[in-house]
Design a protein. Structure first.
Length: 185
């Protein structure tokens, strides 16, 4: 077998790995640069998501819609307005929040209303457990009859026209259970 003379490709340091046109030496901190780009892209995407939710969508609010006390009152009118009869509206989705320290109260109210023919959308716990007055919130004057029907089902709870539970395109009525609520029966 013929022997070829040594050239610059035969002699290289062991740490370099392959040499020639195929591969060059790996730059240092290559992993850090990749991580930095990924972290920057993640930060930008999270920032855009927060802007989308808070500014463009305008449906997220970190303020309690009830002021934490639940002492809303029904405004009394000075003129005689036509009275709306209490009705049951199964197309309305009822949202029930427990504003007391009694566990499971929203679920009990939901079961009572479901048995009476109402559609309970969800139940949950209010941000603060110190609500004193049970109040029914409706966001459209056309829902007043349904709100009065819920008031009768809950023993005469006050009703209030409010945007607290408003979601565009949904027929929702909210109930905030307070310390004054007494279960039927």
């Amino acid at each position: 077998m013929p022997a070829f003379p040594s050239d610059r490709f035969d002699i290289h340091p062991a740490s370099v790995g392959r040499v020639g046109a195929h591969r060059g030496a790996q730059p240092k901190n290559r992993g850090f640069v990749t991580f930095a780009w990924a972290a920057l892209a993640t930060g930008i995407l999270v920032g855009l998501g927060v802007v989308w939710i808070l500014v463009i969508n305008d449906r997220v609010s970190f303020d309690s819609p009830f002021g934490g006390t639940g002492t809303g009152t029904v405004a009394e009118s000075t003129t005689a307005a036509p009275t709306v009869a209490p009705t049951i509206d199964p197309s309305a989705s009822i949202i029930i929040l427990n504003g007391t320290e009694t566990d499971g109260l929203a679920g009990q109210v939901g079961n009572t209303l479901s048995a009476a023919g109402w559609t309970v959308g969800s139940t949950g716990t209010n941000a603060t457990p110190d609500v004193t007055t049970t109040t029914i919130y409706y966001d459209n004057p056309a829902q007043e009859g349904a709100a009065k029907g819920l008031s009768e089902a809950l023993g005469g709870a006050p009703i209030e026209l409010s945007q607290a539970f408003y979601v565009e395109g949904l027929n929702r009525i909210g109930i905030l259970i307070g310390a004054d609520y007494v279960p039927a029966g």
